[in-house]
Design a protein around this ligand. Structure first.
Ligand code: BG6
Length: 254
């Protein structure tokens, strides 16, 4: 029976690759909306995949969120050289401290025996502060490294869930609702066609930077994220999706 289930997931992975036009899909059994262990298993799968692609001196940029926190939790040393650097992909975008990328890269680096650098950017960030920070040498230095990342690992969220979780103003909330925002990743909000509805102002990776990166890994599961995952992949250029069975089945039904 177990082998049968595994083969079933392989079939789902193939179908999902076709539907989302993504190079590689890994599906974990279960539904992470209902069971925390499913998210933990997605985290482990992500670490195992990282081990398979790791080379010396790699730079890994990571977003925030509970799924990325699960990846951090599963982190182990990635290769013998231990010579790699973890960085937040972007400045903080309204998350609780434990789900912020700065906190997550610190934990990843500690568990992997790697290095890390943080991005200290006020959250939320005004246009003037943004322009000023861009000229700060120490910030420019980290930004340079972020833009040269070899690997990016990120979550995908349901747009309204994410907007509620963040310090989102009523004005932006209205903008998201009236434009039917469906998904969110990297602080970008997308509609069902993948159009960008809104972008949280912060420093770090911009969507177009993903095109030049070798490995962009998305980790997102749970039946509730099915629409968000489809919407993100209309625009997002990630190479790998690690998801769960419930999200996969819901996506294929839709
Ligand atoms: C955020 C990422 O931190 O996590 C987003 O920047 C993503 O890209 C979100 O949408 C997902 O959060 P969670 O808790 O559902 O993993």
């Amino acid at each position: 029976k177990f082998m049968g289930e595994l083969m079933g997931l392989n079939v789902l992975e193939e179908q999902l690759k076709g539907k989302l036009h993504v190079k590689k899909v890994l599906i974990i059994p279960g539904n992470s909306d209902e069971n925390d262990w499913v998210k933990r298993e997605m985290g482990k799968a992500c670490v195992t995949f990282l081990q398979s692609i790791m080379k010396e001196k790699m730079i890994i940029a990571v977003t925030g969120g509970t799924t990325m926190a699960a990846v951090a939790n599963a982190m182990t040393p990635l290769n013998k050289s231990k010579d790699y650097l973890f960085l937040p992909a972007r400045g903080a975008i309204g998350e609780k401290a434990e789900n912020q990328s700065n906190r997550i890269v610190t934990e990843m680096a500690e568990r992997a025996n790697g290095e890390y650098r943080l991005l200290y950017v006020p959250d939320p960030l005004s246009e003037t502060a943004y322009q000023t920070l861009l000229t700060e040498p120490s910030i420019q230095d980290v930004l340079q490294q972020i833009k040269s990342a070899d690997v990016v690992i990120h979550g995908i969220g349901d747009a309204i869930t994410m907007a509620n979780r963040r310090k989102t103003s009523e004005e932006i909330m209205t903008k998201l609702q009236s434009n039917s925002a469906v998904s969110e990743a990297f602080g970008y909000y997308f509609d069902e066609f993948g159009n960008i509805i809104h972008k949280v102002r912060t420093l770090g990776i911009q969507l177009e930077d993903l095109n030049s990166m070798d490995h962009v890994l998305a980790v997102a599961g749970g039946k509730s994220k099915a629409k968000a995952i489809v919407s993100y992949f209309k625009q997002g250029k990630s190479d790998l999706l690690i998801t769960d069975e419930a999200a996969a089945k819901q996506i294929l039904r839709g």
